[in-house]
Design a protein around this ligand. Structure first.
Ligand code: CMC
Length: 426
């Protein structure tokens, strides 16, 4: 027998029954797809705070327990024992790769990391100083014209090929967007370098040079830099039905090209309530300027008449702590020790966290540091320029978007995303 929920319209006493569907983890859902048909009314849920928009088997979040799993594996385990590429393989294939599978996957990505030469023309149309997110979103949309056959993918090998291509090219696209934004010549990917090291190389290298710049003026990229960035990619890899992923699924529902859907996801991510928060966090820490001024800004964040918000605090789903922020806090402490950093920004960030975690305003609203609070601090320690923070989020999240796109396409009976409205006009 099916579990149901009965709803009564208190105006006329009529009752309506809806099926309850259980999840394998987390809250059940009430299937209201027949709501309009039965009642002649729509449901209203501003910001989708109580709405499950799809079925999914990819990522699970328990916001109360502060739990995040990709394909059933906890984020703490993935971040400590596995690389970003292993995580990508897991998301795409529902299993971690063995050694041979990983080697093959890694090579397949290396071989797809080049961009078509014509794309350089597109980057060159942007003014110097253009934000890399603008160029990244445009160039990703433009990729759809180079791989037009992906519009009609119908089999597993087609999906896998399309996914590898976009994952492999995203670091190159992001690095090109950055190089153009500062008026520097493009650096092609180096097939001998790993995924994450290659991205740092493309951002920092001199044309033709064997030597490139690590942090603190070093000639080589340090292993700890690569490990830190790889962890950041892993922590960003997927996050259930967030705003940008919902955008990607929405575009997928219209039948548009997968790379255009990813481009729409990139645009959605740019906003400071979403992925743009990591850049805003650092701008805010710089504006605060010193540990002594933290109290003043905490007071502003609490003032209902002031629009100021603490960037990197709060989350729609996590109401206990963001497990990704915990991992990054530990990573920050490691970097501080190993790279001998004495960062004023780190000290301000730590002070804000300390005060906010013991302040009733933040406790009662369940506002904790989120992933963006610490990713910005760590990327600053890695001497990554601020405009590249959100493109780095994009590189990490591309696997999530494309896996969600594939899941959407493979599910039978998915409809075009077409919500209705509560009309209040004339
Ligand atoms: N600083 C001060 N007050 C806050 C903050 C903050 N960062 N975030 C929420 N509040 C208050 C808000 O004013 C409201 O108070 P009241 O009940 O008195 O009106 C209450 O907390 C609930 O806020 P909300 O805006 O209704 O919550 P939401 O779930 O709609 O928004 C959020 C979640 C992440 C957009 C929001 O917390 C925020 O704007 N945070 C700062 C931006 C940020 O860090 N974004 C990154 C999110 S994590 C990564 C990602 O998703 O990309």
């Amino acid at each position: 027998m099916k579990n149901t929920m009965t709803m009564t319209d208190n105006r006329d006493g009529k009752s309506y029954e809806f099926e309850i569907r259980d999840a394998t983890r987390g809250p059940s859902v009430v299937d209201i797809s027949s709501f309009y048909g039965q009642t002649g009314m729509f449901t209203y849920d501003n910001g989708f705070t109580s709405t499950a928009s799809c079925e999914s088997e990819i990522t699970f979040i328990d916001g109360v327990e502060g739990e995040l799993r990709y394909r059933g594996i906890r984020i703490e385990e993935l971040a400590s024992k596995h690389s970003y590429l292993e995580t990508c393989y897991l998301l795409l294939n529902s299993k971690l790769p063995d050694e041979t599978e990983l080697l093959k996957f890694d090579l397949e990505l290396r071989h797809r990391s080049l961009l078509h030469e014509n794309l350089k023309n597109l980057f060159n149309t942007f003014p110097t100083g253009a934000h890399p997110m603008a160029a990244l979103s445009s160039a990703t949309a433009a990729l759809s014209s180079f791989y037009y056959s992906h519009l009609n993918i119908a089999d597993e090998s087609g999906y896998q090929e399309m996914a590898r291509r976009i994952i492999a090219k995203m670091p190159t696209l992001a690095a090109f967007a950055y190089r153009h934004s500062i008026g520097a010549p493009f650096i092609q990917p180096d097939i001998e370098r790993s995924f994450t090291e290659n991205f740092l190389y493309m951002m920092r290298a001199y044309p033709g040079g064997k030597m490139h710049i690590g942090i603190n003026g070093e000639q080589k990229i340090k292993a700890i830099e690569i490990k830190a960035l790889d962890t950041i990619f892993t922590l960003h890899a997927d996050h259930e039905q967030n705003a940008s992923t919902t955008t990607v699924r929405g575009v997928a529902s219209t039948g548009a090209h997968p790379y255009v859907a990813i481009s729409a996801g990139i645009s959605a991510l740019w906003g400071r309530a979403h992925g743009g928060a990591n850049e805003s966090v650092i701008k805010q820490l710089e504006m605060i300027g010193s540990v002594e001024r933290v109290d003043e800004f905490i007071a502003r964040a609490k003032d209902p008449n002031d629009e100021f918000r603490l960037m990197g605090f709060g989350h729609r789903v996590y109401k206990n702590f963001d497990p990704r922020a915990k991992i990054l806090k530990t990573l920050q402490d490691q970097l501080k020790n190993e790279l001998n950093l004495d960062s004023n920004l780190m000290n301000i960030a730590n002070k804000i966290e300390e005060i906010a975690l013991s302040d009733d305003y933040f406790i009662s609203r369940k506002l904790y540091p989120n992933i963006d609070f610490y990713s910005g601090v760590i990327l600053t320690a890695l001497q990554i320029p601020k405009p590249m923070f959100t493109p780095i989020f994009v590189i990490g999240r591309t696997i999530g978007w494309i896996t969600q796109w594939i899941e959407f396409k493979k599910q039978k009976g998915n409809k075009i995303a077409r919500p209705r409205q509560l009309y209040l006009g004339k």
